[in-house]
Design a protein around this ligand. Structure first.
Ligand code: PLP
Length: 419
């Protein structure tokens, strides 16, 4: 597989504010709406895409990871995009886990296999490519750890200088990735939400290219490719439910947009219902959704699922629209439920996820229990991040190795207890 993909043309028409609907030139370097300050959505010419792109074209483009969907991505010129091979992750039928829960069809989209171990690589490739298109030399992002590591890797590949802002609580696995990829790592004495605001301010003050999730309108576009892949992997019959974790809500919004687009293009005839999961200690979006509120109350996050420790979901409007449009559900799960799901996923399916990545499984178990999701439904959990990024979290369940003298005698009583 070639790690550089040449792309041609672009079907992007405009950037449109998710709130006041004002439109902006997509070639202009702009982040949020100049009128009302809200986030921007990338709008395409679907009629033109429909005239050019066939399902069979996609089936023919095997092996080029997520950039194979370039007609539906905001990539403007024929310049080579420096890619690490984002996406193209396997869909895994979770038979043992599913059978244990009495489920008929349970699947996991294993995003832990992305280049830096997280689905965010799909978004980062959009941001790093845009930085090159806009001829920017320095990129910056705030992150609970994963977006930073991903940005740092892609900046390395693209020859960009990368500044990342992370909270002090960032786990060592994620931190060491960013440092190794050569980013300037700024540790902020505060939480993610404070790091996020500082990164926004820094980008303005020092003229760095702003890759903050939600603020950068292009990142979310990359996440659509998860949905495209699922459509193909399910042989154009998407599941009844697609379950994702929510931090800022970019993933939820991106995946839903992808399904909508393939539906509009006539590639699928049915859209899944989306489920968004947050930890109870950081669930502003779930609370707002259950109250049917149009705005959320920021919280101070308290959860061991670091990737979901977001007190102000920055893609709130897009995420809420995704839940409403898909007749979806938002649910919260406790840290204990998350750890239990992480352990089940690893020990029954061989997929080692970080807590945030296992949260959809915890949510699925809860919604099966309450009867919201039927055991006969086709269910897909998006396993967003790799367990190696936060190995200490996995050990919080208390499991430890058994330490012995290097003799058979010492082993014998243990062996007799192994069934
Ligand atoms: C960032 C992240 C999330 C949350 O995604 P959002 O797009 O911020 O909602 C979930 N899981 C993992 C592993 C992440 O790194």
């Amino acid at each position: 597989m070639s790690l550089t993909t040449t792309v041609v043309g672009s079907f992007v028409r405009t950037l449109r504010c998710v709130s006041c609907k004002k439109e902006f030139d997509v070639k202009k370097l702009i982040y949020t709406c100049e009128k009302c300050g809200e986030k921007l959505d990338v709008v395409y010419d679907y009629d033109a895409i429909g005239r050019t792109l066939r399902k069979t074209d996609l089936e023919d483009r095997r092996g080029t990871a997520c950039l194979k969907y370039h007609e539906l991505l905001p990539i403007f010129d024929n310049k080579k995009v420096p890619t690490l091979g984002e996406g193209g992750t396997p869909l895994i039928q979770c038979r043992r886990l599913g059978e244990g829960l009495g489920l008929r069809e349970l699947y996991g989209k294993d995003e832990t296999r992305n280049p830096t171990g997280v689905f965010k690589d799909r978004a980062t490739i959009m941001a790093s490519n845009k930085a090159l298109e806009f001829d920017r030399k320095v990129v910056a992002i705030a992150s609970t750890g994963n977006a930073a590591a991903s940005m740092a890797a892609h900046a390395a590949k693209a020859g960009l200088r990368c500044i990342v802002f992370v909270p002090v609580t960032t786990p060592m696995g994620k931190l060491s990735q960013s440092i190794s990829y050569g980013a300037k790592v700024i540790q902020v004495k505060g939480n993610y939400d404070q790091a996020y605001d500082l990164a926004n301010e820094a980008c303005k003050a020092f003229d760095w290219y702003n890759c903050n999730p939600a603020t950068n309108p292009f990142r979310t576009e990359g996440k659509k490719t998860t949905a495209y892949e699922l459509c193909e992997q399910f042989n154009w019959q998407p599941p009844d439910w697609v379950i994702v974790p929510i931090g800022n809500g970019c993933n939820l919004a991106g995946v839903w947009k992808g399904f909508k687009e393939f539906y509009q293009l006539g590639f699928i005839s049915k859209k899944p219902r989306m489920v968004g999961i947050q930890p109870t200690g950081s669930s502003p979006l779930v609370t707002a959704y259950k109250k049917n509120s149009t705005s959320f109350e920021p919280v101070t996050p308290k959860t061991l699922a670091g990737a979901l420790a977001v007190g102000k979901p920055r893609n709130y409007i897009k995420a809420m629209n995704s839940l409403r449009e898909s007749n979806g559900i938002a649910e919260s799960v406790t840290d204990d439920e998350i750890l239990e799901a992480e352990s089940m996923l690893a020990s029954k399916e061989g997929i080692f996820a970080e807590p945030g990545g296992a949260a959809p499984v915890a949510g699925m178990i809860k919604l099966i229990g309450t009867g919201v999701i039927d055991r006969h439904d086709k269910i897909c959990c998006v396993i967003t991040g790799n367990g190696l990024k936060d190995p200490e979290a996995a050990l919080r369940k208390g499991l430890r190795p058994t330490l012995i003298e290097p003799t058979l005698e010492a082993l014998r009583p243990i062996a007799s207890n192994i069934s």
